[in-house]
Design a protein. Structure first.
Length: 66
């Protein structure tokens, strides 16, 4: 939901955050494109069931040990 309020830069930043938190990310364990955000900082792989904690709006885990 975008409104006319606030500045253009603020609206653009909000759009980037919304896009990054709804995007699917690559799972560090099974390498499939199925990591989704459950809540702020909690990410779950729909393929292998891995749950990890990371950043609030984007996944930033490079490697997971098995």
């Amino acid at each position: 939901m975008r409104t006319q309020r606030y500045g253009a830069t603020t609206r653009k930043n909000l759009d980037e955050i919304r896009a990054s938190r709804t995007k699917k990310y690559k799972c560090p364990r099974c390498k499939s494109l199925s990591m989704k955000r459950i809540s702020a900082g909690i990410w779950e792989c729909k393929h292998c069931g891995l749950k990890i904690a990371s950043d609030a709006y984007s996944l930033s885990v490079s490697e997971i040990s098995k």
